[in-house]
Design a protein around this ligand. Structure first.
Ligand code: IDP
Ligand code: CA
Length: 406
């Protein structure tokens, strides 16, 4: 690579292109169209020399709710929510770099669950918004991301930010992402046995920063926290009959309410007459999870980074500090689930789903992935002030494919 010209050199005269000054700063804009919200990440990078990995100098982050899938029947409105966020990038990126700054939107599980027609309508409206912007719009700039990429790119992000992708002694960490509609698990297998025991479609080779990683990764569609709520209520993927009521022992007894997800309205409530509390709730949730997930032996003893709803629910219940995150064991989620579910009346002010959510997280970790009670989870929202989201990995991948980094 030694002869490669840094990409910016051809539009600065050589005498004003000081390699160590701001000229080697570049930007990337990545949209995360998640099932519960749309987010923009505007990254600033500095590449000090072609031999080093680029450095992330900063990130501007903003989000809107609901997610694109909530606009399934009014795609222009969905695209408008993207436009609002993109306008921020106009202010954040210096005008002379607009044309060199790529903008991409990747949608995840919310759009995977829509019909192809509705998803396509939304994406093509978004594409129009991009094309009217002053930024670089690569081919395939708007689309639905592959589930395996979602896990891999989050793994790249976390391991890049924790310094595991540079230098010699790489001790990579596995990651757990719990979204609204899907959940991902990704790690670098250490044992030959794991590779042998794992179904082929759970293993993906991936090249990043001149290295190839063979990762274990899988995205379980329908196993995100909100999809799991519907599954527990027996309402996931159901034709909802008008006025139909879904009940669960994981909800406060007297509760009756309505909930919108993926453009559908659901009525739900507690077990007015029957049982409520941790035990019956656990059994109810277990039906949703049991036997549905692959359990790699190797992960039982190792520690994982966890974020998204793992983080949010741990922070909501003071298991970790909302700003700083923290370290937990799987059994801490179970302890908290018991506490909340067996005292539901005391907790229902925050969210009526708190008991169900904590129980689902417990069941997913223990009975789904097969983690032990004492498996350690590092709950992290940010590392060095950068969000632990697949979006950073996706931006690296994008810059690499455009020849802007090595
Ligand atoms: O940039 C981020 N950093 C950390 N967490 C994020 C970020 N963006 C979204 N999340 C988390 O993702 C979860 C919502 O999942 P999402 O809406 O992405 O569903 P999906 O992944 O199933 O499509 C929430 O817990 C939210 O806090
Ligand atoms: Ca997500």
């Amino acid at each position: 690579h030694s002869n490669r010209v840094m990409w910016f050199q051809d539009f600065f005269p050589p005498n004003v292109c000081p390699i160590n000054a701001k000229a080697n700063t570049f930007y990337g804009i990545m949209f995360d169209a998640g099932s519960t919200g749309t987010r923009i990440h505007i990254y600033t990078f500095v590449q000090k020399s072609p031999e080093d990995l680029p450095e992330v100098e900063g990130e501007i982050f903003e989000s809107v709710k609901p997610g694109l899938s909530a606009y399934a029947d009014e795609p222009e409105k969905g695209a408008e929510s993207v436009k609002t966020l993109l306008d921020m990038a106009i202010d954040a990126v210096p005008p002379h770099l607009w044309k060199k700054t790529p903008v991409v939107l990747k949608a995840t599980a919310g759009l995977r669950l829509l019909s192809e027609e509705k998803a396509e309508a939304l994406l093509s409206e978004v594409k129009e918004v991009f094309e009217e912007s002053p930024f670089l719009v690569p081919e395939d700039s708007v689309g639905i991301m592959d589930g395996s990429h979602e896990g891999i790119l989050a793994w790249i992000t976390v391991n890049f930010l924790t310094g595991q992708l540079s230098g010699q002694n790489q001790q990579t960490v596995g990651i757990l992402d719990l979204g609204g509609a899907s959940t991902q698990i990704t790690f670098l297998p250490r044992f030959e046995e794991t590779l042998k025991e794992t179904p082929g479609d759970f293993l993906t080779s991936f090249e990043m920063f001149n290295k190839t990683y063979k990762l274990y990764t899988h995205s379980y569609l329908g196993f995100g926290l909100k999809a799991a709520r519907l599954a527990t209520l027996g309402a996931f993927n159901m034709e909802v009959v008008d006025g139909q009521m879904f009940r669960s022992s994981c909800l406060p007894k007297q509760l009756e309410a309505e909930w919108h997800f993926g453009g559908v309205k659901y009525r739900y409530g507690g077990n007015k007459e029957g049982e409520t509390g941790f035990k019956p709730c656990y059994l109810e949730v277990l039906k949703v999870v049991k036997g549905k997930l692959h359990q790699p032996e190797e992960i039982r003893g190792s520690s994982f980074y966890a974020f998204s709803y793992y983080y949010d629910r741990a922070a909501d219940t003071n298991l970790i500090d909302y700003e700083r995150g923290g370290v937990l064991e799987v059994r801490d989620f179970e302890r908290k689930a018991k506490e909340v579910c067996d005292n539901m009346e005391r907790y229902n002010s925050a969210s009526p789903f708190l008991c169900m959510d904590l129980t689902y997280i417990t069941v997913l970790l223990k009975e789904g992935f097969g983690f032990r009670d004492n498996t350690v989870l590092q709950l992290t929202k940010k590392v060095n002030d950068i969000e632990t989201s697949w979006t950073l990995g996706a931006t690296f991948y994008l810059l690499q494919s455009l020849g802007m980094t090595y």
